[in-house]
Design a protein around this ligand. Structure first.
Ligand SMILES: [Fe+2]
Length: 202
């Protein structure tokens, strides 16, 4: 599985093209701005896009859905709780398969109700649930510090330390990290009670 990480727009968003190298089937994660950059990666690597996947419904992760669906003819996948237009619904535990690769869907609400992370082949696409050094905001509609606490500590904290993390924004000191590194250094991943976490998140 090969990851093309592309920074787009002016909000430090990352879009991803994730490629199954054996078959050249691929998925696009969170298309929004600068679609020409994504199209160039697709063309240069001669990729067949099987799905467009959104880590959550926020506009800076979905703005390019329609245009990308038009040019690739790929269906759009979102979590079952998303109210935004999509073609295929996934829930916690489902797998998204392309070529001989697959990514498992983890439902991680908190930043938004429909937030998902995708895990496979030693990688995690964490959307706006977890950034390098921080987590997504919880003050937008559907956000919940309480739910984020459980997503971070009951779900992400128990994952393999070696997982390489690809998040939804380039907000940290590096473009990627690992779950183990974030457990050591990310302030929102330091073990605490739910009450302490709620106080920290304001
Ligand atoms: Fe977001």
């Amino acid at each position: 599985m090969k990851v093309h990480q592309i920074q787009v727009g002016n909000m430090q968003n990352f879009s991803y093209i994730v490629e199954d190298e054996e078959t050249s089937e691929a998925i696009v994660i969170d298309p929004s701005w600068d679609l020409i950059e994504l199209e160039m990666v697709i063309k240069r690597n001669d990729l067949k896009i099987k799905y467009i996947v959104n880590t959550h419904h926020h506009f800076d992760h979905t703005l390019g859905n329609e245009a990308m669906a038009e040019s690739t003819k790929a269906p759009i996948i979102q979590h079952e709780s998303s109210e935004l237009k999509h073609d295929i619904t996934v829930k916690d535990g489902d797998f998204i398969e392309f070529g001989k690769s697959k990514l498992k869907v983890l439902h991680t609400p908190g930043h938004s109700q429909d937030s998902i992370c995708l895990v496979g082949d030693g990688k995690i696409f964490s959307g706006d649930t977890l950034f390098v050094g921080n987590c997504g905001r919880i003050d937008l509609p559907g956000g919940s510090a309480k739910e984020l606490y459980h997503s971070l500590f009951d779900i992400l904290y128990s994952l393999d330390d070696d997982l390489v993390m690809y998040s939804g924004h380039n907000y940290g000191h590096s473009e990627t990290s690992t779950i183990g590194q974030e457990k050591k250094t990310n302030m929102v991943m330091q073990k605490c009670t739910e009450q302490q976490f709620l106080e920290m998140m304001g």
